[in-house]
Design a protein around this ligand. Structure first.
Ligand SMILES: Cc1cc2nc3c(=O)[nH]c(=O)nc-3n(C[C@H](O)[C@H](O)[C@H](O)COP(=O)(O)OP(=O)(O)OC[C@H]3O[C@@H](n4cnc5c(N)ncnc54)[C@H](O)[C@@H]3O)c2cc1C
Ligand code: FES
Ligand code: FES
Length: 493
């Protein structure tokens, strides 16, 4: 058992034990290290001004992740190497190619957003990102600029990438050193820090996690902190004891076996994306719109469920896919269909000290057509007003044998439109069935009016999404999903 965390800031090893459970990376950098290049804009993961790059060793490979330092806790850096804008310049003092391109192509005006953009851009190239403006837009969707305009920044990204591909850059040269350094930090031990500020536990595996959580059932589980971070920065909550989920090595499993996809509690959306692309291809565009690159780099799939927000994007999607949760309390394990986990607003079927170990998403049958639609005011980096995920199975006679029409944003929990489903089952997938489902869905929900949409808007859109699903799928004749990428993109709202 270790009683301090260890990580590199640039090239310097830090061993820290005097920290609180809620000490953010941003505050530590600015207040204790005097590294004020990393800016505080929104302090809630939205603007990207605080973006830093965290490098880790995962399965022997280096990963370079941009994350929002304002909602990452310092203890989450254990075993990692952190780079800020202050660490980018070359050993001879010249600017990093990304910084130089931002200067040359006028990618900065007031400069407040610039360090965050630069860090996202560096991480993008380190991850092998290409020249495609669409991919660049995705990488930079979590960085907001209010004065330069995005075109010069994207041009700078393209130029910097070309130079880095042709000439390399300092991180390519340092790769082996970084691997050696990070390998030396992987001692496989759990960490427990107790001090005047509170208690921080980083279990090395799920057995330790289960045992510590049983001893301290009131502790707060923290995975990627993209929800929990805001409890601290926006609601000023104190967290006396935090238990990390992502330090448990065995919870990082992401595998296809036993007729489905297993996603462990420590797996982030970025890590799960390639597997989800294969497993639920028609939902991919929606998953790509969860938060931003920085958010998906930290946010876990299971944290999205643990948070139990009625407007989370993952739960409707995974309920439509008939996902099953694997829960654990001490040595006792149980399985639960995901839809039964959400009982009512703020209440889940979870016992004290019980946690999600993994989620299992069964393979979809060839008879099933699936689509997911995220409706939000902005395309990128926005919480859904309505999230809909539909899965309909059609037999050889063209009749609907099963329908799972799942919505977020229509009630206090993510839930199925059971009346609309009933109207579809046994029918052919035609306009009569669609009209019956459109009518029935009005009895399924009594939506609320809030800042994201009125009750009228939600009722209207939920029925219209059924029409869209019909328009996209009914003419297929068979149940094979078809690709309507372009259409989906221009009509996202
Ligand atoms: C800027 C921004 C944009 C966002 N955009 C979206 C979006 O578009 N769509 C969307 O759905 N969400 C969005 N979110 C919310 C958030 O990113 C997701 O809910 C995310 O998946 C949470 O995962 P996490 O690992 O960060 O969870 P954490 O913040 O670590 O935890 C969330 C909750 O789950 C609990 N928890 C964590 N792990 C477990 C476990 N293994 N077992 C039981 N409970 C657990 C925690 O105790 C906590 O209550 C956004 C957040 C931010 C900051
Ligand atoms: S300060 Fe805005 S994302 Fe961190
Ligand atoms: S340069 Fe001013 S906010 Fe981007």
């Amino acid at each position: 058992m270790r009683h301090h965390i260890r990580f590199y800031l640039g090239q310097t090893l830090h061993e820290v034990s005097d920290l609180s459970p809620t000490h953010t990376v941003l505050d530590w950098l600015r207040d204790q290290k005097g590294l004020t290049g990393t800016k505080e804009g929104c302090n809630e993961g939205d603007c990207g001004a605080c973006t830093v790059m965290v490098v880790r060793l995962e399965n022997g490979q280096l990963t370079w992740r941009s994350v929002n330092a304002c909602i990452q806790f310092l203890w989450m850096l254990d075993g990692a190497q952190l780079f800020t804008v202050e660490h980018l310049q070359n050993p001879d003092g010249s600017l990093h190619p990304v910084q130089q391109a931002m200067v040359d192509l006028h990618g900065s005006q007031c400069g407040f957003c610039t360090p965050g953009f630069v860090m996202s851009m560096v991480a993008y190239v380190q991850n092998g990102g290409g020249d495609d403006p669409k991919a660049i837009n995705t990488a930079l969707a979590g960085n907001l600029c209010r004065c330069t305009g995005y075109a010069p920044i994207i041009r700078a990204m393209q130029q910097a990438r070309r130079i880095m591909v042709q000439q390399g850059n300092r991180f390519d040269v340092e790769k082996q050193d970084i691997i050696l350094r990070l390998s030396a930090l992987q001692d496989g031990s759990s960490v427990d820090i107790q001090n005047a500020h509170g208690r921080i536990t980083l279990p090395a595996n799920s057995d330790v996690l289960a045992a510590v959580y049983q001893e301290s059932p009131k502790a707060t589980l923290v995975a990627g902190a993209t929800d929990v971070g805001l409890w601290v920065t926006k609601h000023l909550r104190d967290l006396p004891h935090v238990i990390a989920v992502r330090s448990a090595k065995d919870l990082h499993k992401l595998e296809q076996r036993d007729g489905g996809l297993w996603i462990g509690a420590a797996v982030t959306y970025t890590q799960a994306l390639p597997a989800l692309a294969t497993h639920l291809p028609d939902a991919l565009e929606t998953v790509k719109r969860i938060g931003s690159t920085q958010v998906r780099n930290a946010a876990t799939v299971c944290g999205n469920i643990g948070n139990a927000s009625p407007i989370g994007d993952g739960p409707p999607l995974f309920i439509a896919a008939s996902a099953v949760l694997h829960l654990r309390q001490g040595d006792t394990r149980r399985q639960l269909p995901l839809e039964n986990y959400f009982v009512e607003y703020g209440k889940q079927d979870r016992q004290p000290a019980e946690f999600i170990e993994s989620i299992f998403i069964p393979d979809q049958s060839a008879q099933t057509i699936m689509r997911a639609y995220k409706v939000s005011k902005r395309f990128d980096q926005d919480i859904s007003a309505i999230m809909a995920a539909f899965a309909v199975s059609i037999n050889a006679e063209g009749k609907i044998t099963e329908a799972r029409l799942v919505f977020g944003g229509m009630a206090g929990i993510p839930c199925r439109a059971k009346m609309a489903e009933k109207a579809l089952v046994g029918q052919k997938w035609n306009t009569a069935a669609l009209e019956a489902a459109r009518t029935a869905i009005q009895d399924d929900f009594t939506p609320l009016t809030d800042m994201r949409g009125s009750a009228w808007y939600r009722s209207t859109v939920s029925a219209n999404l059924l029409t869209r699903f019909f328009e996209e799928t009914a003419h297929q004749g068979s149940a094979q999903p078809i690709c309507l990428e372009g259409w989906r993109e221009i009509s996202h709202a």
